[in-house]
Design a protein around this ligand. Sequence first.
Ligand SMILES: Cc1ncc(COP(=O)(O)O)c(C=O)c1O
Length: 384
Amino acid sequence: MPEAYAARVTKIEPFLAMEVMERAFAMEREGERVLHFEIGEPGFPPPQAAVRACEEALNRGATHYTDSRGLDALRRAIARDKSRRTGVEVDPGRVLVTNGTSSAMLLVFSLLVDAGDEVIVGTPHYPCYPNFIRFCGGEPVFVPTDPASGYALDVDRVKHAITPRTRAVLVCSPANPTGAVQEPEVMKGLAELDVPILSDEIYDGLVYDGARVTSALEVSERAFVLDGFSKRYAMTGFRLGYVIAPEAAMRPLQIMQQNLFISANEFVQYAGIAALEQGGETVETLRRAFDGRRRRLGEGLRSLGFGVPSLPRGAFYVFADARFLSRDSRALANRLLETAQVAVTPGIDFGTAGEGWLRFSCTAADATIDEALERIGRALPELS
Ligand SMILES: Cc1ncc(COP(=O)(O)O)c(C=O)c1O
């Protein structure tokens, strides 16, 4: 990195899931047939109604800036949807619409974190969290979670990690990469600590075995809730997300949004309204498909010798212990890509607690899962 660039850029790491995907794309341009298990793309079409609403919006010229906080109708639809899912009345005035949940994350971390501040993060964790925190000058403080307890966050350990510099406790439920769904007692325990909860609820709705997500909105009035359309509605490329924030935070968030992004794309926001109003079937189709695939993939990996302590209760990933093959997950994922043309994410992307593990997205169809398992099985002698 040339010295002329800002130091903050050197503080963040590449997002390895994206790096693997970009390498797989390069292999495909060379004519190879890669099976994709590396990226969090649902692998289904978005709701037809969302596509139609987007087309119609483009055709009638909805191609402008909007209110920086989002279209009124979308903010109201989001508030209605979140109220329905949580049972907590959400004021549309507390909703700010962004280009993907990722942009909402940048706004919230920018709001909360000054140089030297700390954010507590349960780990294994979504790779970008520590990078956002460091980008804002802060430090992530990791609290390990244990596969044997279903990756439950230990409230006592979180409490002991709090210092005068702690600005938030980050929780992701259902979680990427572990599929953990935090119990109501954990969420209540976190709410009793004297720091705001920053709750990433992007996988809410994609749950199995009767699991139910407890939103931070149900337990705390100080919570910041991140959510979006990428996962539930298979709308990753639309880049549409939002934050629900305490009322006092709305004005500074709005000012950052005005300056940094102006607004989310107008025609995409119309797609969001349609998804919320007519996309329920898509959510259920995805949920049912992932439910079957997590079993197929989890059990298939177990039969090959991978450790899958428990099947995910939410989200759409199987996080598998691959230490019988290698303790270097990055090298292992590379070898898997080269020898079997199967793309997976190295566990180290999710923190040092994930080293030696691999994350498989359950987003490929059953036949592709079977083919990948066969390819991995055949490549095993070369992988260890
Ligand atoms: C936990 C989590 N949060 C946020 C995101 C990013 O979401 P978006 O596509 O809305 O920016 C992802 C994407 O994989 C994720 O897994």
